[in-house]
Ligand binder design. Structure first.
Ligand code: CP
Ligand code: NVA
Length: 326
């Protein structure tokens, strides 16, 4: 049965490890796997003939992107395929044609559908109608591909994942916070997220994280106290205080948002509360002087450029893994 990757918990702990192991392998040998270079389609064609050739992967964006766009396009090419990048507003999807009808057309031509969109429900509808894997390239609720890259980066710098403590500060109700919770505990980590009242994860996400943590030995802390999250943390992470699609409609509303989050910035004082050898993650794009100080993101504890590069390796591994299960 076709597997999809819509939310971090779509991979079990063992499966997540398989994908991360494969990502490490592909980082060393970038052209060693080629799932899109040609698959046997006998039984699909009316004449039953086996055919081979380069496969196409659709990569659809309803929101802007640098890393996701470039890493998927490069990764698909590395894997022998052809990336078909469809920018916001360039297809009929969402305005002239339903998600389900779009899926029924795409699945006949492409080998995988990668989609950055708003509602998680849209991704679920796409997956329900698609015989080919659907990958969430960021929704309002989750950014699971980013977390595969983050976990790969942590593993490279710390040698392990299970048992480590990760502190996330900032908008703890956004897609990154949710994915840190779910992917982090899937890896057996102790995940602490801190944000102001009104910007904490939904209870359903916390419950899902607690249930997964019970299976893996991880744990969950949701707090308004940044110090409680940071204490002796092995990994410190943050993200923009204003996510795509949530931009305030006035300068004063923007200032109010900055004020609300002002005690959740990752600066030198915050880093002094984490473990001395803590590493710093940010999915990027970053707003220096707001959620992260320039001296931190550009300083010796920052691993954000490795993290950005690892999008490529992690997503290639994910695509290989999903194609192996078709
Ligand atoms: N981190 C990330 O997803 O970056 P882009 O929005 O540039 O794709
Ligand atoms: N939370 C951010 C992540 C960007 C990669 C957003 O959704 O805009």
């Amino acid at each position: 049965m076709t597997r999809h990757f819509l939310i971090d918990t779509d991979l079990s702990q063992a499966e997540q490890t398989e994908v991360l192991d494969l990502a490490a392998e592909l980082k060393q040998a970038p052209y060693s796997r080629s799932p899109y270079a040609g698959i046997d389609t006998s039984g699909i064609n009316a004449d039953g003939a086996a055919t081979t050739g380069r496969q196409t992967v659709a990569v659809i964006f309803d929101k802007t992107s640098t890393r996701t766009r470039v890493s998927f396009a490069t990764g698909i090419a590395d894997l022998g395929g052809v990336p078909l990048i469809i920018g916001a507003g360039e297809s009929q999807l969402g305005h002239k044609e339903s998600i389900t009808d779009t899926a029924k057309v795409l699945e006949r031509m492409v080998s995988t559908i990668v989609w950055r969109t708003y509602a998680q429900a849209g991704l679920e509808e796409m997956a329900a109608a698609s015989k080919v894997p659907v990958i969430n390239a960021l929704s309002d609720d989750y950014h699971p591909c980013q977390l595969l890259a983050d976990l790969l980066t942590i593993r490279e710098h710390k040698g392990t994942l299970a048992g480590l403590t990760l502190a996330y500060l900032g908008d703890a109700a956004n897609n990154m916070a949710n994915s840190y919770l779910l992917a982090g505990v899937t890896a057996g980590m102790h995940v602490r997220v801190a944000g102001p009242e009104g910007h904490l994860p939904q209870q359903s996400v916390i419950d899902l994280a607690i249930a997964r943590a019970a299976e893996t030995g991880g744990s969950v802390l949701v707090t308004t106290d940044p110090a409680a999250a940071l204490a002796d943390a092995d990994v410190v992470a943050t993200d923009t205080w204003i996510s795509m699609g949530q931009e305030p409609d006035s300068a004063s509303a923007k200032d109010a948002t900055y004020e609300l989050f002002s005690s959740y910035g990752v600066d030198a004082a915050a880093m002094a509360q984490a473990a001395p050898d803590a590493v710093v993650l940010h999915c990027l794009p970053a707003y220096r002087g707001y959620e992260i100080a320039a001296e931190v993101i550009d300083g010796p504890q920052s691993v954000v450029w490795d993290e950005a590069e690892n999008r490529l390796h992690a997503q290639k591994a994910l695509m290989v893994w999903l194609m192996d299960r078709r």
